[in-house]
Design a protein. Structure first.
Length: 248
C-alpha cells in the first residue's frame, strides 16, 4: 500500500481544501491511502474564533474518515505532496483524475454530517460566488469581474430554466449597497455570511456559478450540480459550462 498526504499550508480555506481534494482524488484513482495532515493555520478567521479550526474540520469532514498523518508510525513510507506537485499532477490530466468514480466517495463523506436538503425550499437553487475585495485579503486577482458578467449568466439561466421555480443565492463580501443590482423576487443575498454556511451553500446548489477563486472552484469539484465556470488558472472539467472570459 502506498500512502500520501499534503504539505502544510497557511492560506485560505478554498486553496487548502482544493489541494486536499486533489490528493484524495489521486489516492482514489491510484488505489492508495490518504492520510490527513492536520491543518494548523488558515487565513480569514476574521473574528479570531478559537473554534475556527474545529469548524473547518467539521466542514471538510476529512479528519475522522481517513488516517492521520501525525499519528502514523512509519512516516518514511508516506509521500508528502508539495502544493505545486499535486496541482501539477492532477491538472496534467484533470478529467482522468477527477470524475464520477473518484469523487463519489468523498461527496458522500462531505454530506454525511450535513443536511442534504440544505436550502429546504423546494426550489431549483442557483448558487453564485462573487469574489470581492475585503480588508483581510490583499489578492486582487478575481475581484474585478463586473456585475454584468454575473447578471448575464443569471438572465441566461432564467431563460433556460423558465419553469423550474428558480431561486438565486448570491454569496459574496462587501457593502450591501454594492449588490443592489442583484435584488429581485427570485434572489437571496448572502453577503458577509459565515464561511461555513457560504461554502455549504455553494456545494449544495443545483447550479453553481463560480468566480476566479479556489473557494468556489473547490466547491465545484464536489458539487453534484451544473457548473458555470469562469476561466482562471485552474482548468475545468469536461462537464462544466465554460463562460465567456472577461476581466477577472
Amino acid at each position: 500500500m502506498k500512502y500520501y498526504t499534503i504539505q502544510e499550508r497557511t492560506d485560505g480555506f478554498g486553496s487548502q481544501f482544493q489541494t486536499i481534494l486533489f490528493t484524495l482524488f489521486y489516492c482514489e484513482k491510484t488505489n492508495s491511502e490518504f492520510l490527513y495532515n492536520q491543518i494548523k493555520t488558515m487565513e480569514h478567521n476574521y473574528d479570531n474564533n478559537p473554534e475556527f479550526m474545529d469548524k473547518v474540520d467539521s466542514l471538510m469532514h476529512v479528519k475522522n474518515n481517513f488516517g492521520n498523518y501525525e499519528s502514523f508510525s512509519n512516516k518514511s513510507d508516506v509521500h508528502v505532496f508539495g502544493t505545486h506537485d499535486i496541482i501539477g499532477v492532477i491538472e496534467s490530466d484533470i478529467n482522468y483524475y477527477i470524475n464520477n468514480y473518484t469523487t463519489k466517495r468523498f461527496k458522500e463523506i462531505f454530506w454525511k454530517n450535513k443536511n442534504k436538503n440544505y436550502f429546504n425550499n423546494n426550489k431549483f437553487n442557483v448558487s453564485i460566488h462573487i469574489r470581492r475585495p475585503n480588508i483581510h485579503d490583499c489578492r486582487v486577482e478575481g475581484v474585478r469581474t463586473p456585475n454584468d458578467y454575473y447578471l448575464n449568466i443569471i438572465n441566461d439561466i432564467r431563460s433556460k430554466y423558465l419553469n423550474n421555480n428558480l431561486e438565486f443565492h448570491i454569496y459574496s463580501q462587501g457593502n450591501l449597497d454594492s449588490f443592489k443590482c442583484f435584488e429581485s423576487n427570485d434572489t437571496v443575498l448572502h453577503i458577509n455570511e459565515d464561511l461555513f454556511y457560504t461554502y455549504t451553500g455553494l456545494v449544495a446548489g443545483n447550479i453553481l456559478v463560480t468566480s476566479a477563486s479556489s473557494l468556489s472552484y473547490s466547491a465545484a469539484l464536489i458539487s453534484n450540480g451544473i457548473i458555470y465556470y469562469l476561466p482562471f488558472w485552474h482548468p475545468p472539467l469536461n462537464s462544466w459550462i465554460i463562460c465567456e472570459n472577461t476581466i477577472v
